[in-house]
Design a protein. Sequence first.
Length: 371
Amino acid sequence: MLKIEMVLTKKQLKSFIMLPFELYKNDPAWVPPLIPEQVKFFDARKNPYYWHSQVQLFIATQDDKVVGRISAHTNTQHQKEHNEDIGFFGFFECVNDPKVAKLLIDTAADWNRQKGFSSMRGPMNFSVNQEVGLLIDGFSDPPMVMMPHALPYYQELFASCGLTKTMDMYAYLSERREMPERVQRLAAAIEKRAGVSIRSLAKDKKQLRKDIETVFEIYTKAWEYNWGNVPMTKAEFDHIVEELLPLADPELIFIAEKDGHPAGFSLAMPNYNEVLKVMNGRVNPITMIKALFAQKKIGSARVITMGLIKEFQGRGIDTLFYYYSYKNGLPKGFFRGEFSWVLENNTMMIRVAEMLDAIPYKTYRIYDKEI
């Protein structure tokens, strides 16, 4: 018998977290998340997202076996920013059965309808500041850090449930071992013309705190006009910094300044998914030893986000950020670089990626559904 359950107990949460381990066990591209970190992520006391929005997790069971999962959630930050009558869903995982998928999507839609919404968007885990979209191509390559993966049949399940495309996002891949001379010349010309200086994140703790505050200020201003932008609360930003800073390489995080004033920032991260891959979700002495060896061999990095204050946009500073990411990343052995994600209508960023000989190798799709 097929039924849906609200996740209310620790046992149900464990089932919710462990379902992907069963579904993806034969998928070599899947990267298992750390189980203790997942438990922490879904703890309303520890995840600041829960402090401003409502969340309900669900699992679908058939004959006492978990066969699907989904979240339904509000996003008060999105409502404030866009004044849209819309709820959200995320963390969708499901066996290849349209009946199970329909039960999950309908349940999330009903929950959002009861909150007063007339439409639903997703997958969002939980917002655009985290993992976003359904992977619809590029299944053979493992996802990079903070990017989602999916099973190929999910796209068909979404279509069968009446979900329709709202926006596509691209991940661009660049594989190189040296910097092309033309890119170096271009970067030098842009830097001179724009009159900006690019520096890495400070290593001094006192200055580092100031730099982090600067990044938050730029991020809030720079993304103000982007499609679907949802400003992070200060608590969310601090939470992400606390999680990422120990893993970050300060030489891959840049701040652009003009006459001593901030103009933009760029954040790239070593691809720690290469480490997570060998840990298989577990934290114990054996997996920690494996992780230490894997960390030394990380050969890829992801440019996670960059932002330019409006008056500095269109001056090529984004190209400078990519150049410096290459310049500092190549000597560290990061020969594969991902720029993600890029909205399908962001012609400027697409042009920059193509100029750097990067190719679109994954597409992620956001869906809407009238409810």
